[in-house]
Design a binder for this molecule. Structure first.
Ligand SMILES: Nc1ncnc2c1ncn2[C@@H]1O[C@H](COP(=O)(O)OP(=O)(O)OP(=O)(O)O)[C@@H](O)[C@H]1O
Ligand SMILES: [Mg+2]
Length: 293
């Protein structure tokens, strides 16, 4: 067996024995669901989608933690307009606790990483092991833990993906993103035994393009890797500046784009049988009135 997956398995089972959320399972409690937002290629919308998902889950009453796994190019706090303080360094050195570093905005908690920290750059610590340790120590406090993964197919990123219950692979309709997402899924399958992934097509321009990307990827993955792909849906490309998109997508105002995305999330939590339905706050009707794509 591959070394990393060996470690991962032993680590998971060892922690699970001690983990209160697992023992609560017996009494009918749902365990925390861990989802990585990933994709291989950079700039495909992972961070925007991770933030929006976390904020909507929290708004619907789920205790949600978003962990920024882009260790030294953290973007989550920037997109929310929060100050950057590299406090995560202190968590690694043991000078601060998780509670002191995590940003709490109601049900939505954010653990940002660092920006250009020399300590992180020089650190010999394994980032994937640190994040898995954080998750294992705190998952009993949350309904959902989301990981905003960095671009690339490093061993650390793949280990974090494999550790999660679900992987949302974000793909844009260009050849490099399609190829990179296939490479990610292939490595996850062959080196970590990951058999299922979710697919989300971002920045598609029309229905035909959405269908082409979805069919090409799901069929190729099934035929060549034998793994299953669950299609979550898509988000259309919005013809605005990069900055303006985040304002449009993350703001409180419920525009068409947001409503469609909430419907996409609803589809996931409904199938997932999530802790409770996502749209428990009265937006069910609104979501059903709009198409996902
Ligand atoms: N559907 C969309 N339409 C238009 N612009 C979008 C869309 N989705 C994301 N963007 C924009 O694309 C840019 C990249 O998004 P984001 O930072 O979320 O990508 P990423 O995959 O996290 O990037 P990185 O790999 O660098 O971490 C952002 O400026 C975002 O606002
Ligand atoms: Mg990002």
């Amino acid at each position: 067996m591959h070394k990393t997956s060996e470690w991962l398995q032993s680590f998971s089972s060892e922690k699970n024995l001690k983990n209160p959320s697992r023992s609560l399972l017996k009494d009918g409690f749902k365990p925390c669901r861990k989802i990585s937002i990933t994709g291989g290629k950079g700039g495909v919308g992972k961070t925007s989608i991770a933030l929006k998902t976390a904020m909507e889950l929290a708004k619907a009453g789920h205790r949600t933690l978003l962990i920024d796994c882009d260790s030294n190019l953290s973007n989550t706090a920037i997109k929310l307009g929060l100050p950057l303080d590299n406090k995560f360094e202190k968590l690694l050195s043991g000078e601060a606790t998780f509670e002191e570093v995590v940003i709490q905005l109601g049900n939505f908690h954010l653990l940002p990483a660092c920006n250009g920290s020399t300590e992180i750059f020089e650190s010999k610590m394994k980032f994937d092991e640190i994040i898995i340790d954080v998750i294992s120590s705190h998952e009993h406090e949350y309904d959902y833990i989301l990981l905003d993964c960095p671009a690339g197919v490093t061993r650390e990123a793949l280990t974090l993906n494999a550790f999660c219950d679900n992987r949302w692979v974000i793909v844009t309709p260009d050849k490099s993103s399609i190829t990179d997402s296939y490479s990610l899924i292939k490595l996850l399958a062959t080196r970590f035994g990951v058999k299922e992934n979710h697919l989300l097509i971002n920045m598609y321009q029309n229905e035909k393009q959405y269908q082409n990307v979805t069919n090409t990827l799901t069929e190729t993955i099934q035929n060549f890797l034998g793994t299953t792909t669950h299609v979550l849906g898509g988000i259309k490309k919005v013809e605005v500046s990069a900055e303006a998109f985040d304002t449009f997508f993350l703001s409180e105002t419920k525009n068409e784009l947001q409503k469609n995305f909430i419907k996409l999330l609803y589809g996931f939590t409904e199938k997932d049988g999530g802790p409770t339905a996502l749209l428990s706050n009265g937006v069910t009707q609104m979501a059903h009135e709009h198409d996902v794509h």
